[in-house]
Design a protein around this ligand. Structure first.
Ligand code: ADP
Ligand code: MG
Length: 355
């Protein structure tokens, strides 16, 4: 019941503002995990181990062997807009890290209980600290909130517990743990395939079997085989193209005309970010439509490297689209390259059968 008179306008409390902002960035456990994976990659990790409980709502844990966080930075690491990756706005035009806005860790601490254990190579011990609402908090009442020295390997372990404990409506909407876990696996699979040379494992807490376990020595195709199976991995054509004028490089693996799926798999990366592009997806569908049986689709892993000055990365972190110049042209070139590769594979096959 609205009163007929206007009510006084008041400034929202900071914790309310932060919680609302966090809810925009972290919609579900998979969003939080994506941010944590990107931080581990930014830290130069070659080994990333993920443990999940209840679809990530009870527990999201990630352990890496990256460069760690300095003891003196631990007090501010979870504050909003604190970052080691960006200094000036101009830096944005040639940013090479995933992160730059310093919002992810802060957001997670506004909707979960976070623990960080980290060790840099030149420190002789690790430090552990607990965070809520952007700041250090004591692990239990009456003890100090200061980071505590402890044993640990070089690298960082971040634990987020009880996600959305303080956002009851969101928490209630997340009843299907299996679905949340699927979303998590989708993110891990994509990053594992794209980051050959980095070992990824992901498992449910208490399970002794990992749902993905790639090796640092694995190639991209080895990683595709891990996730999509040997049938997929054995029907792949390699794409490797450079378009000098457009300042674009295209790399990837696409399935040949012998292979088809009920649903298209398109693992698309633009400057190493996993993104979606529905125009490209439709165009690819039509390229393959003359080759594949009706209602079946290809598998594609495509990585585009575009001159960073032609890409606007400054879009909201939850947006899975990125904006780049000459998009129509680039999409056209990608489809030409796919067509060419498929035609080439087809003619070499008919050549083989003739001889
Ligand atoms: P951003 O990645 O945009 O800088 P984040 O909130 O994701 O912001 O992280 C804040 C800072 O914390 C990073 O800039 C980085 O210095 C540090 N950090 C976060 N995660 C890790 C990690 N796994 N290893 C090393 N440093 C980390
Ligand atoms: Mg980050």
């Amino acid at each position: 019941p609205q009163s007929p008179k206007p009510r006084p306008i008041q400034k929202l409390e900071e914790t309310v503002v932060n919680r609302i902002a966090a809810g925009e960035i972290i919609h579900r456990p998979a969003n939080a995990l994506k941010e944590l994976i990107e931080n581990s990659l930014d830290a130069g990790s070659t080994n990333i181990q993920i443990t999940i409980k209840d679809g990530g709502l009870k527990l999201l844990q990630i352990q890496d062997n990256g460069h760690g966080i300095r003891r003196e930075d631990m007090a501010i690491v979870c504050e909003r807009f604190t970052t080691s990756k960006l200094k000036s706005f101009e830096d944005l035009s040639n940013i090479s890290t995933y992160g730059f806005r310093g919002e992810a860790l802060a957001s997670i601490t506004h909707v979960a209980h976070v623990t960080i254990t980290t060790k840099t190579a030149d420190s002789n011990c690790a430090y552990r600290a607990h965070y809520s609402d952007g700041i250090l908090v004591p692990p239990k009442p009456g003890v100090s909130a200061e980071p505590k020295p402890c044993a640990g390997n070089n690298g960082t372990q971040i634990t987020a517990e009880d996600l959305f404990y303080n956002v009851p409506a969101r928490r209630k909407a997340m009843k299907n743990f299996a679905e949340e876990y699927n979303q998590i696996m989708d993110i891990v699979n994509r990053y594992a395939i794209h980051n050959a040379g980095v070992s990824f494992t992901c498992k449910k807490q208490g399970s002794n079997q990992a749902d993905i376990n790639t090796l640092t020595t694995g190639s991209t195709v080895d990683n595709i085989r891990q996730v999509y199976g040997v049938n997929t991995a054995s029907e792949l054509l390699e794409i490797n193209k450079e378009y000098k004028k457009l300042e674009v490089k295209l790399k990837g693996y696409i399935s040949n005309a012998n292979y088809s799926l009920k649903k298209m798999v398109l693992l698309l990366f633009v400057n190493h970010r996993a993104v979606e592009n529905s125009t490209l997806k439709k165009m690819i569908e039509s390229v393959y439509s003359s080759l594949l049986p009706k209602h079946t689709y290809p598998f594609l892993y495509l990585s585009l490297e575009i001159n960073p000055k032609n890409v606007d990365v400054n879009v909201h972190p939850t947006k899975r689209e990125v904006l780049f110049l000459h998009e129509d042209k680039i999409i056209g070139r990608i489809c030409d390259a796919i067509q060419e590769n498929l035609a080439c594979a087809n003619s070499s096959r008919s050549f083989h059968t003739q001889t």
